[in-house]
Design a protein around this ligand. Structure first.
Ligand code: ADP
Length: 457
């Protein structure tokens, strides 16, 4: 234990000794005075006058003495209480020092260690007994020792507390990076008397910093790779779109010719298949192009005024043949009194096309309905309802993510890239709208898109 811990104890002890001695001394006087007083009382009438006066004075003095004794005892009790309080405080600080999670050391101004706590002893890999009395310098790695000495000299000169990063060399152990924080303690004359040191192992901190730097670097590389990938995708889709349009055009031409010649029904069927697959391929290319735009945040909307009822009817009609082929009933319900809207007609058509083609693709029997209604004067709702295979609840939140397909084996059967809904979601949000889905497996699905009547400028 430290000498300063003993201080209040010593103080209380000496105080006790002093007051006890005082009481021991006045005890016989007290007794003597009491005896004299008793004798005087017994024969007061027989005493000559000067003697009785002296006795009276003695009695007064005795009273005063007793009062002082009482006061002294009270003061003694107070001092004892203060002593116990101080002892408890010192104990508390000593424990805080001893069991602090960080290393604490106290040195003189030249750096000779006077006190050390458990954490510091653990970091220096030796016992406090060995450490106390040694210069702190011997625990600094050779490479940092000169710097440490210079800093210590500067500290003595300029009295500034600061943090140094040094390599600590523990006794019989591996060196490690540490942060040393030092504060100078001065006496009443402002002369430095001791230095208090806080020692922290920063190996973990350093490793974390390095790790963060590494991750940041990797992140930058990934962002760059992703940018290049989007750029490549965009470029490739562009390059593919041009020949695809030519294939589409020529196969349409061929189909028309074969259809006109009734003898060529077999060729007409082949041309039809080419056309169908070319259309499918073109849609995939468009999706990939949109996806790369979406990733590069380069989706742009064109504001234009158009009749939403006409757009919806025309879009649905494009799917009539497909629906009839699957013997599905296809209906449009338009509940719009003011059909004029300001939006991007191509992108709105793309949203409806994606949802409608999914509805038809994933429905084997029953019907598909497209409903448009006015929510209020500013907003419209587009709902696409089907009686198809439905989507499990656990999958509902995932289907709007790119490349997400519910049950890959089923999806393979239905074809698709898993990009359609991700693009729809991005477009709807770009239009300041929202999209929701309700579905039950085996019963059907309802996709509902809410959009403002006018795109914000
Ligand atoms: P895909 O090109 O595969 O259709 P989408 O992004 O359009 O990609 O759809 C993602 C998945 O969501 C689909 O693979 C399908 O599993 C599910 N899905 C979308 N619409 C429907 C629907 N109307 N009925 C059932 N499942 C659907």
């Amino acid at each position: 234990m430290n000498s300063w811990i003993y201080f209040p104890f010593l103080m209380g002890w000496s105080l006790n000794v002093y007051t006890n001695k005082f009481f021991q001394r006045i005890q016989p006087v007290n007794q003597l005075a009491k005896d004299v007083d008793q004798q005087a009382n017994q024969s007061i009438s027989e005493q000559p006058e000067p003697f009785s006066i002296a006795l009276e004075e003695l009695r007064n003095a005795l009273d005063k003495l007793q009062t002082s004794e009482k006061e002294l005892r009270q003061q003694n009790e107070e001092l004892l209480k203060t002593r116990y309080r101080l002892e408890a405080e010192c104990q508390r600080y000593q424990e805080l020092f001893e069991f602090a999670p960080d290393g604490y050391l106290v040195t003189d101004t030249l750096g000779t260690i006077q006190e050390v706590n458990q954490a510091a002893a653990l970091l220096l890999n030796t016992s406090p007994k060995f450490i106390v009395g040694k210069p702190l310098c011997i625990f600094i790695a050779d490479s940092c020792r000169r710097l440490f000495r210079n800093e210590l000299a500067r500290l003595r000169q300029f009295h500034q507390s600061q943090e140094w990063i040094v390599q600590i060399q523990p006794k019989d152990g591996l060196s490690f990076d540490a942060a040393l924080t030092v504060a100078m303690v001065c006496n009443q004359d402002h002369q430095p008397v001791t230095l208090r040191w806080l020692l922290r192992d920063i190996t973990a901190r350093r490793q974390a910093q390095l790790q963060i730097q590494r991750i940041q670097f990797q992140n930058l590389q990934l962002v760059e790779a992703s940018r290049l990938k989007s750029q490549f995708l965009g470029m490739m889709s562009h390059e593919l779109r041009t020949p695809m349009n030519a294939i589409l055009g020529f196969s349409q031409l061929l189909l028309r010719q074969f259809q006109q010649q009734s003898s060529n029904s077999q060729q007409a069927k082949i041309a039809e298949r080419i056309l169908k697959n070319a259309k499918h391929l073109l849609r995939l290319i468009e999706d990939i192009l949109d996806f790369s735009r979406m990733e590069a945040e380069r989706f742009e909307l064109k504001r234009e005024c158009f009749d939403v009822s006409q757009l919806v009817t025309a879009t649905v009609e494009e799917f009539r043949a497909e629906a009839e082929q699957k013997h599905l009933e296809l209906q449009v319900n338009l509940e719009v009194s003011h059909p004029q809207v300001v939006n991007d007609s191509t992108r709105l058509r793309q949203i409806l096309t994606n949802l409608l083609s999914n509805a038809i693709k994933f429905t084997e029997s029953g019907w598909v309905v497209v409903r448009v209604e006015e929510i209020d004067s500013d907003r419209l709702a587009f709902s696409i309802l089907d009686t198809g295979i439905g989507i499990a609840e656990s999958e509902l939140a995932l289907i709007f993510r790119e490349f997400r397909q519910v049950n890959q084996t089923i999806s393979r059967e239905y074809e698709g890239t898993g990009l359609g809904l991700a693009i729809v979601d991005a477009l709807v949000h770009l239009m300041n709208g929202s999209i929701t889905v309700e579905s039950q497996v085996g019963i059907g699905s309802i996709f509902r898109v809410e959009l403002p009547r006018q795109l914000p400028a």
